[in-house]
Design a protein around this ligand. Structure first.
Ligand code: GLN
Length: 537
């Protein structure tokens, strides 16, 4: 059967959770054992997100194949439990780059190269190639941005044209505000958003309404009348106890059956086993047995999206260990002066220091790591959090005064973290870090790493330029820092652990990027288990 397409378009405002809706549709199709893959369109002219500040666009998500992609890929992978590939991310930058290089090579000789048809054809070609090479039953395409933006208008036009050639189901995600004063759900903005889509020549099959309460029946009827569709096609999407409940909610309201029918897929029953397993995990998130307090320490905490995968990895591990993680966000620069509130840390059962770039906030992170080590609060250091765990140990245990990473203090006497050899000649910034899935060995049988992975190897995703300086291995090991993971060629340090005292592990990788709802990341599970123990003390 040829691949069918679902196109998800957002109206009115961003932040409505288009990624979660797209992922829930993918999951619904997976419940029915249809193969479904996502594709994401982003209108910006960057080639990818690799060079963007997390404050602008949330976290940069890295795939196994080294692609640096939009954070929505994290949501897709977490729902689908599948590793995706970078070609599923189509950005304005990639498209314009390809068109210009084709034009220079004489690919359009004699023609005036235009948005329509050249750019739109390029989009349709890419989509058809994805369908041909990956052969999913359904390609679920999320169009980034909001209908009416200049940035995504060419994608929307390409999707209109795609629907002339193939089976395409359009989904309009919209927003229904409730005005506090009158306490009434308002449909007017949704009507206006819908009309904008009609102007673009697209008549959606479904309208999904994001709102904080349940959709009132009279409003459903009003919207259905306005949109000229059956009221069963107005799907409500109220706040969920957890985002992972959304596929189950969609099933309850019958969205699954209608969608499958519209796509012309063969009717079949959903896999009872898959649905039951998912429901069970959702229940564990909603009704945990215990609670633990976990601090996420970072330097971009004003925008929580900067650490979306870390937060989700904690949720997944919480479901696995039946513990509700109460998360406290800590901006590391708040711990750089006398105002630092250590009483906040006293309440914590686990501390995570996350990844980041540039020196701002790093001294605060070092102070927090010192607190965790000295007070035996379970600690997980991720990438920068591992590098600073080494710096803290060097300074405060090994007595290497002024130790630092050469990223933050190139004049430091003890550069315990240095630029990777492979990075020294690199001047380009895009896609040039040590990226993607990298295998490592875990030689220490007694280590936290070995126990967490239940294996003597681990494969995690990476995104960094600096590494542990092997010249300091002997002195640091001599003072009790354990090196428990190495690259397969044994050249780079991948994991370090505190040998004395409490649970403390740092990894050069980003284990959060491989954590899935139904397959939590091993290190996060270990951290939560240690946090549960700490909570009992
Ligand atoms: N800035 C550090 C490096 O490039 C850490 C990067 C990270 O945390 N992802 O090595």
């Amino acid at each position: 059967m040829p691949t069918k397409y679902v196109v998800v378009l957002g109206s009115l405002l961003s932040g409505l959770g288009k990624g979660v809706i797209t992922s829930s549709i993918l999951k619904l199709l997976d419940f029915y054992n249809y193969t479904a893959l996502p594709t994401k369109f982003d209108g910006y002219l960057n080639y990818d997100c690799g060079t963007m500040n997390p404050y602008q666009h949330g976290e940069v998500y890295v795939l196994d194949d080294k692609s640096e992609v939009d954070m929505d890929f994290g949501i897709y992978e977490r729902f689908l439990s599948k590793s995706l590939t970078g070609d599923l991310s189509i950005t304005g930058g990639k498209l314009f780059g390809a068109i210009i290089s084709k034009e220079r090579q004489g690919g359009y000789l004699g023609e005036t190269v235009q948005i329509i048809p050249h750019l739109t054809n390029e989009i349709i070609d890419r989509i058809e190639k994805l369908a041909d090479s990956k052969r999913p039953d359904v390609l679920v395409i999320e169009v980034g941005g909001t209908v009416g933006d200049i940035e995504n208008s060419y994608f929307i036009e390409a999707m209109r044209q795609l629907s002339l050639k193939h089976e395409v189901v359009f989904i309009n995600l919209t927003y229904l505000p409730t005005l506090d004063v009158v306490g009434e759900q308002k449909t007017k903005p949704a009507q206006i958003g819908f009309r904008l889509l009609l102007q673009d020549g697209i008549r959606p099959n479904f309208v999904v309404c994001r709102m904080n309460s349940k959709l009132e029946e009279s409003k459903r009827e009003k919207l259905a009348l306005f949109a000229n569709m059956g009221k069963e096609r107005i799907i409500d999407d109220p706040d969920q106890p957890t985002v992972y409940n959304l596929p189950l909610h969609f099933m309850e309201v019958g969205f699954d059956k209608l969608l499958i029918k519209d796509l012309g897929l063969k009717e079949r029953a959903p896999s009872a086993k898959k649905v039951a397993a998912w429901r069970e995990t959702v229940k564990k998130v909603i009704n945990p047995k215990t609670q633990v307090n976990i601090a996420i320490v970072g330097k971009y905490t004003n925008l929580r999206d900067s650490y979306a995968s870390v937060k989700e990895a904690i949720t997944h591990a919480g479901a696995r260990t039946s513990a509700r993680p109460n998360i406290t966000w800590i901006e590391s620069s708040d711990f750089e002066n006398e105002k630092a509130d250590y009483s906040l840390l006293q309440k914590m059962d686990g501390i995570i220091v996350t990844g980041g770039f540039g020196s701002r906030g790093t001294e605060g992170m070092i102070n927090i790591i010192k607190y965790a080590r000295e007070n035996k609060v379970p600690y997980l250091g991720i990438c920068l959090g591992m590098q600073l765990m080494v710096v803290e140990y060097a300074r405060n245990v090994a007595g290497l005064k002024g130790a630092n990473s050469s990223e933050f203090d190139p004049m430091s006497k003890h550069k315990v973290i240095v630029l990777l050899d492979s990075q020294k000649q690199i001047t380009d910034k895009g896609g040039t870090m040590r990226l993607g899935a990298q295998e490592c060995i875990l030689p220490e049988p007694d280590s936290i790493a070995r126990k967490a992975y239940k294996s003597d190897t681990a494969t995690e995703r990476h995104r960094h330029r600096y590494e542990f300086n092997n010249h300091y291995a002997e002195v640091l090991e001599g003072s009790g820092l354990k090196i428990t993971g190495l690259t397969t060629d044994k050249k780079l340090v991948e994991f370090v652990e505190w040998s004395k005292g409490g649970f403390g592990i740092g990894t050069q990788s980003h284990p959060e990027l491989k954590s899935r709802f139904e397959e939590p990341a091993p290190l996060f599970v270990s951290l939560l288990e240690a946090a549960k123990e700490h909570c009992k003390d």
